[in-house]
Design a binder for this molecule. Sequence first.
Ligand code: BES
Ligand code: ZN
Ligand code: ZN
Length: 493
Amino acid sequence: MLKFSNKFSNSRDAVVFFAGEGFSFKTKEGLFREDEETKARLFIKEFQSSNQKAKILSFDVNEKLKFFVVKISKKVSNFDVEELGANFYLNIKNSKKIKTIDFYPDSLNGERNKVINYSLSFIHGFNLKSYDFNKYKTQDLEKEKNFSKNLQLVSFFSSEIEKKYKDLKAVEDGIFLTRDLVSEPPNILTPERYVKEILKLKQLGLKVNVLDEKKMKNLGLNALLGVGQGSINKSYLVSIEWNGSKNKKDKPIALVGKGVCFDTGGISLKPARFMEEMKYDMAGSAVVVGLLKTLAMRKAKVNVVGVVGLVENMPGGNAQRPGDIVKSFSGKTIEILNTDAEGRLVLADALSYTEDNFKPKFMIDLATLTGAIIVCLGEEYAGLFSNNDELSDKVFKSGMEVNEKVWRFPLDKNYDKLMDSTVADVQNINYSGGAGAITAAQFLQRFILKNTPWAHLDIAGMAFSKKAANLNPRGATGFGVRLLNNLIKKYYE
Ligand code: BES
Ligand code: ZN
Ligand code: ZN
């Protein structure tokens, strides 16, 4: 629980001070200076941060009270402070003694903007790191299941910070929804159950429209339907609208997500090792859903539509075969050469349907689309592909500003040619020429029919991680929510 006040709590187990270079400040408990003597005492415990521009020092004032000093140098960035918040969380999360904590940023000598910005970054980092997906653990009762501490931000600027924090809380809740959806096991989060989870968002004022298999068949979304036909779980296409713009007729921004609830590869079956990771193959759609929650919570002044294609890619008696040809919503025919290249089939229909139905200002799709992007960029950057330099620049900058980094790859008619089929209009993989992440993007581009500005984010390396990093615990990261939220806030509100 987080509260904001301009008074210290009556009894607290720890106080967190923010301190600039060469800090020195007075409290009821005494005067603290960075001199040789106190340094010796303060350095009892020192936490590593990725650089030495910032660190946290701690020491016991007495049996009942612990002080933490968050030392912030001039060169520190907001990311550094977010990471400090995350480190601080890791340090206290298992402490039985520390239950009530006061954050006191004003010790940064009252520099208003710094106090406000660093407070927000510290809390945001702390909260994002505190996410834990433990609902299926029943035997680990030793540990507290849910993190429960009383946190209070004590500052002269507390009401201003509290007001600004509302937007960050909306981002946190959006990210947590994304992480929850991505973390759920595939036997629980089937496409049908996923639809039910999305319908819950109607409470926030979002408009949700669900297309079931019958409706999709009538509309001709056969590329998407083909992917799901081997599964007993039915496929869906869901649109989620947030209309917050003053001008109701404003063209919406469209966000399209790959929602493959489990990707076995289909008849082109994947190897057994790590196949369980393919429960994350709906992460692109989960980012779209999480972001729409964020926008609704913070009542963003913008029109946005999210469209997610929800399917399960299974082998089976009715599964799609390599060699099959399907007619997509766009009218183009697709030769399926590999049933494991299914995400692009789902997105092909979702993109052309979105463009046709919502006539958006621009479209951004997110997908755990290719293993090839992980070969290129690992777990540091997502791949960015776009038919529009301006949109691409905006996406790039928005990502950099919130430390969700993307890197642009080329599109080119010569890559595009590699996707020509001998028997249909297009084939779903290329057998020659390499560049697997790019040819996947070229495939998608063929389904943008009216030259709408479009960007594709291949987040296969970013959606989840086996190890904890920065602001994420291990598992689902929620990568993309912050980037898109920042893009919308910065350029379109
Ligand atoms: N969902 C996978 C991509 C993926 C791989 C995501 C690893 C996250 C981690 C996608 O559907 C897929 O299987 N792609 C194939 C395409 C290939 C058959 C052209 C791939 O990348 O191997
Ligand atoms: Zn696949
Ligand atoms: Zn996939």
